[in-house]
Design a protein around this ligand. Structure first.
Ligand code: AMP
Ligand code: MG
Length: 589
């Protein structure tokens, strides 16, 4: 039996990223952009108004208020789509609509609501003048030329997955086509003498073909183009004939005929026509799986199509599709994130795992009070497709586990979440450790300066055994805490501190979510017991022994030289230490 990971590696090693094609942007949804897109125009192309109102000079509104309006002479009007014909001089204004270009001379737009226009209209007064009821800052309600995109900008990078917003950006740049990695064509073949088409009457002993539909829908969902080959009978001739029609596809998916029954002949056909792997994969459902390459020589050309033979049972075929066919399709489409997004949830039922395989249990995931819960959706037989229909997740019970009890935490693959949702920015983190007096803090200071110089947003993390400076007795924050507040948040225009009473000393894993993903690098001092990468600072005068064991260390910063295989970096050469951190942690994360 091979593991799910081994099977997946093998499948992925047989498929390649497909070639790009140029096509209308609306057909590119979900495809990977295969070119860098630079702007050849400014967006917006001209300074324009963000509001319906009056274009004027901010200077002219000085001191204006409802009780003492500033009156300006209205010299014209400009609507969106036309160009202003007049210019705004001191003491004048031009009536302007949202999106209309800002007239020459104007620097600000005051919206109708901040003028006396409505009053004038209702009282029938003269509209050749307008009263401005507020003092406006220069630039108010003006959208600057190139504010969104400046001519020459790299707007979309090669490799970007095109979502509706990227398609909109392309349209705003005036591009009706884009170069994107082609969608794979996936041929789908059901097999079995008992299987009949959806619109066929059910003779005794027959069942409708559901796999073709589930698989075709999955192929479309992940961006491929399904090519339905129909139903092959359990004979070599019938299967060969059908498979032949699928050989111009990028991949062939069959269902059924791969187990050990008398009529399970997909494998015989494959053995004759290609390179085959038959595997029992260590998973449940979905143990039997066939994979290989079908070869066919046509004239002088040899065609090769990767083939995935899924088990026949509807749930098995769907779950194996999710684990193997889905990543293969995504890889062919040029996507980088192939893993199904997973969450950690509290399971609400006991699930037993009897035969040492990885169990995928169909669950319904709900979120309550900030916590995910997963409950099993009913009978788990591999033919019971309705329990799949009730599920939005697959709880993964590891092969080495005998099962889980209600209340345990399990990993759940989220069936309806897009792969990109699983892409959480991971902020690189490295800890500077060392004996006391080794110079940790000095190195930290030097590194902070160096990384700021390199343009990083750095956050530092330090454990303070002796309590906190800002929490001094007598201070307001201290008094709130004394009064019983569990946490105190102090904010000022340029700083924020969050003080929370703890019932245990937090470890790094618990601290990181509080820091959040906005930073480029987390520099930690200490926390020598944590599992994060560590660099030890070493001073000759403190002896040759190290604080951490060698296998824990990524490097040593030392003023001497030590007899060890661990990379040694010179004390005082911050640029070299920063380069090491950048190369090993930042660029690799
Ligand atoms: P097999 O792997 O061919 O022995 O099929 C295993 C089980 O899956 C059998 O009970 C089949 O009837 C069922 N099955 C196979 N193909 C399909 C299909 N296309 N639609 C629905 N059920 C199927
Ligand atoms: Mg069969």
């Amino acid at each position: 039996m091979i593991s799910v990971e081994e099977a997946l590696d093998k499948v992925l090693s047989y498929v390649e990223v497909l070639e790009p094609e140029r096509k209308p942007i609306l057909d590119c949804l979900g495809q990977v952009l295969a070119e860098d897109v630079y702007a050849d125009i400014d967006i917006p192309p001209l300074d324009n108004s963000a509001m319906d109102g009056y274009a004027l000079r901010a200077k002219d509104t000085r001191g204006a208020s409802e009780s003492s309006p500033r009156y300006l002479v209205v010299v014209g009007e400009v609507a969106a789509g036309s160009m202003p014909t007049k210019e705004v001089r001191l003491g004048t204004a031009i009536r302007i609509m949202t999106g209309a270009p800002l007239p020459e001379g104007a620097d600000t737009v005051v919206r109708f609501e901040d003028t006396d226009e409505v009053n004038r209209k209702s009282s029938g007064s003269d509209l050749s003048q307008i009263g401005i009821l507020c003092q406006a800052k220069k630039g108010l309600n003006v959208r600057g030329r190139g504010e969104d995109i400046a001519k020459g900008d790299l707007v979309l990078k090669k490799g970007k997955v095109l979502r509706p917003q990227e398609i909109g950006v392309l349209a705003s740049l005036g591009r009706s086509n884009a170069l994107a990695i082609r969608r794979p064509i996936v041929a789908i073949l059901a097999t079995g003498d008992e299987i009949v088409g959806v619109d066929q009457p059910l003779a005794p002993g027959k069942i409708h073909d559901s796999n073709t539909y589930t698989i075709a829908a999955e192929v479309s969902r992940y961006g491929g183009v399904p090519k339905i080959l129909g139903i092959g009978r359990d004979s070599v001739r019938s299967l060969t004939e059908k498979i032949d029609k699928g050989l111009d596809a990028d991949m062939l998916i069959t269902s059924g005929g791969v187990s050990k029954g008398d009529y399970d002949i997909v494998k015989d056909v494959l053995a004759e026509h290609g390179e085959v792997g038959f595997w029992t994969v260590c998973m449940k459902p979905g143990k039997p799986l066939a994979f290989g390459i079908i070869k066919k020589t046509e004239g002088r050309r040899e065609k090769k199509v990767p083939h995935l033979g899924l088990p026949g049972n509807p749930v098995s075929s769907m779950i194996t599709f999710e684990q193997f066919a889905r990543p293969a399709i995504l890889k062919m489409m040029g996507k980088k994130i192939l893993a199904k997004p997973a969450i950690r949830a509290i399971i609400e039922d006991d699930v037993v795992n009897t035969d040492g395989r990885r169990l995928f249990a169909r669950v319904s995931v709900t979120r309550r009070g900030g916590q995910y819960y997963a409950s099993v959706t009913g009978p788990q037989g591999s033919g019971i497709l309705t329990s799949m229909a009730k599920a939005n997740g697959l709880a993964v019970i590891p092969e080495n586990s005998k099962g889980v009890k209600a209340g345990d935490v399990v990993e759940v693959q989220m069936l309806d979440w897009g792969e990109e949702q699983g892409e959480v920015k991971t902020v690189p983190i490295v800890s500077i450790v060392g004996k006391s007096q080794s110079g940790k803090t000095v190195l930290m200071e030097q590194l902070i300066v160096e990384f700021k110089r390199r343009g990083y947003k750095v956050v530092t993390l330090k454990h303070s055994r002796g309590g906190m400076e800002i929490d001094h007795p007598g201070k307001d924050s201290w008094r709130y805490a004394q009064a019983g507040s569990d946490a105190v948040l102090i904010s000022s225009p340029d700083k924020l501190a969050f003080i929370k009473r703890l019932d245990h000393d937090l470890d790094i894993e618990e601290l990181l979510p509080i820091i959040g993903p906005e930073f480029d690098l987390v520099l930690v001092e200490g926390f020598k017991k944590s599992k994060i990468p560590k660099i030890e600072v070493h001073k000759k005068e403190l002896g040759d022994d190290l604080l951490c064991s060698p296998e824990e260390l990524s490097a040593i910063v030392t003023d001497g030289s030590l007899d060890t295989d661990i990379p040694q970096l010179p004390w005082g050469d911050t640029v070299t230490v920063a380069d090491f951190i950048e190369e090993n942690f930042v660029l690799k994360s």
